[in-house]
Design a protein around this ligand. Structure first.
Ligand code: BG6
Length: 482
């Protein structure tokens, strides 16, 4: 008899406001940085424009219109048996510019209604406070997270929502994939530290010293903001469970050449950098040398290190899609990914978007992270982005079921290993806009949404085969994976 998942295991699904809410100008909402990023494709990068241009497609503006359809969508999640639903707050719905003192009541009302709807079905919301949606005004007027003032703006936002939803929310995440700020993709999306028109991300660019300097300075401010938010949240409601969220990926040495082993270890350390600060409350031992090698100096004020020490998180959450390899061999073939980049592994297959599929890497990473931090773990993103075909009002997505089945099996192995895994929220439980390419075609959901890359479609929802499969998985608490 297979050991089952813990009794109160949190099965559910995950989303983010900028990728599924739409309603970008409704009820007093301000612009977020994401509202200024166009759709793209794998070969044409998404583009950031300061002016919103009529002839361009900005997918966050309508997205899949959860803003008007949340009742229908939450009913579908409830039908699958969700115990938890991960969503993020659109900062600019509550503070349209970001630096106001008083919130926009209509924005607060929207999320209250969403949480009430979840409560109706016994679904626990898991709320990401900031998921790639820094207010455009903060980028434009303050220079984003490079400016220390953002800590206070963020904390005011936290204070309002922690007080407002005390009776409705228990689980919070301070920043989505906070480690993305160390990489190019985070400059606009999470840091708001690049404000000229241009591509959202250039994979081939080697960061300059100045860029590295800015990234780590902005990250230091986010660490402080996160730590202060944890302390504040616990003061407002001692029952709050507040976690970090890190983009996770297993990195293997490409060969047993010691050069590859050391390189893989160095790259894995980048996986730990943010977790060490947020879980252990201090910068890791390798920081000094890392900053010296980059030639950067992060400005810290007196008391900052104490703040980090006090504001450690209650649980560790991460996204996991793929693994990569590390090698010093410059001719090795590169693997694709959105944030985790590396070298191709000849033993693995890849998704249509070139992301390497590696369920065992999830067990490896869970053990690795739990061994280091020894606090509850949650996988808050995982899944297969694929092209789906709607036939007779459904999608036969056996490929998605296979992907998830194998990952769930490895989660179970990790639990048997002794990892304290408390929840699983696969990404894009309803089809939504891809963050890396801005496409609709790259679908992760159990629920199909009728909309194409150009923005055409009825927005009607359809249950895929995986919808019924996941419903069984949840009902059997992970025993029935057939
Ligand atoms: C994660 C992000 O990195 O990956 C999500 O937190 C994102 O916002 C997800 O959507 C999947 O990536 P993509 O590029 O396929 O949307």
């Amino acid at each position: 008899m297979r050991m089952s998942f813990p009794k109160n295991f949190l099965w559910g699904g995950a989303t983010a406001a900028n990728q599924f809410e739409g309603g970008w100008k409704e009820d007093g909402k301000g612009d977020s940085v994401c509202d200024h990023i166009t759709a793209g494709t794998v070969s044409t990068p998404r583009y950031f424009t300061n002016e919103i241009k009529e002839d361009l497609n900005y997918p966050s503006h309508e997205a899949i219109d959860f803003y008007h359809r949340y009742k229908e969508d939450i009913a579908l999640f409830a039908e699958m048996g969700f115990k938890v639903f991960r969503l993020s707050l659109n900062w600019t719905r509550i503070f349209p510019k970001g630096d106001e003192v008083k919130p926009n009541q209509k924005g607060l009302d929207f999320y209250r209604n969403v949480f009430m709807e979840c409560k109706k079905y016994g679904i626990e919301p898991l709320v990401t406070i900031s998921h790639y949606e820094i207010p455009y005004y903060l980028m434009n007027q303050y220079g984003g997270w490079l400016n220390r003032d953002c800590i206070d703006f963020y904390l005011n936002f936290c204070k309002v929502v922690f007080n407002e939803y005390k009776d409705l929310v228990k689980y919070w995440l301070t920043f989505n994939e906070i480690n993305c700020l160390m990489m190019g993709v985070g400059d606009i999306l999470s840091g708001g530290i690049q404000s000229e028109d241009g591509p959202m991300q250039d994979f081939n660019q080697i960061p300059t010293r100045k860029q590295q300097q800015n990234r780590f300075q902005a990250l230091h401010h986010q660490f402080l903001a996160s730590a202060k938010a944890v302390v504040l949240g616990h003061e407002i409601n001692p029952e709050y469970q507040i976690g970090c969220m890190v983009a996770g990926g297993a990195i293997y040495p490409y060969t047993c050449n010691p050069d590859d082993i050391v390189l893989a270890q160095q790259e894995m350390r980048m996986n730990y950098f943010c977790g060490d600060v947020q879980v252990r409350g201090e910068y890791p031992y390798f920081t000094k040398r890392m900053f010296e090698d980059m030639g950067i100096v992060v400005t810290m004020k007196e008391g900052d290190l104490e703040v980090l020490k006090k504001g450690t998180v209650d649980f560790y959450s991460f996204s996991y899609y793929m693994s990569t390899c590390a090698t010093t061999d410059e001719d090795a073939k590169k693997a694709s990914g959105n944030v985790i980049m590396g070298v191709k592994n000849p033993y693995l297959k890849a998704s249509d978007w070139g992301w390497q599929i590696d369920s065992k890497g999830l067990r490896y990473l869970l053990n690795d992270l739990y061994g280091r931090y020894q606090i509850p773990m949650m996988i808050v993103e995982n899944g297969l982005g694929a092209v789906d075909v709607l036939e007779d009002n459904t999608v036969h997505d056996s490929y998605r079921i296979d992907y998830l089945r194998e990952h769930i099996k490895q989660m179970e192995e990790a639990i048997k290993d002794g990892v304290d895994l408390i929840g699983f929220t696969p990404w894009g439980c309803i089809d939504l806009v891809s963050i890396s390419t801005g496409e609709m075609k790259k679908r992760y959901g159990f629920i199909y949404v009728d909309k194409d890359n150009e923005g055409n479609g009825s927005l009607d929802r359809f249950r895929k085969d995986s919808f019924y499969w996941y419903k069984k998985v949840i009902a059997s608490n992970g025993k029935d994976l057939d």
